[in-house]
Ligand binder design. Sequence first.
Ligand SMILES: [Zn+2]
Length: 78
Amino acid sequence: MPVYEYQCADCKHITEFLERFDNKEPHECEKCHSGKMSRILSRFGSVSGNSDGESFDGEDSSSGCSSCSLDNCSSCGI
Ligand SMILES: [Zn+2]
């Protein structure tokens, strides 16, 4: 399950957020209640650095599949 961290731009307080379907993202700092929360990448580095997640949709398919660690999947037939 992805874990995101949100950092407050005002007081630099970091709020950990476990992504769940029934949870709402924290858009307010739990310390100073500022609304300037920005998501920083936590321990899951699979998303290619873009917090939007929309610009790099094709990135994963070009770098091999999970069943082979090669750069392409010509050996495993996927
Ligand atoms: Zn804050």
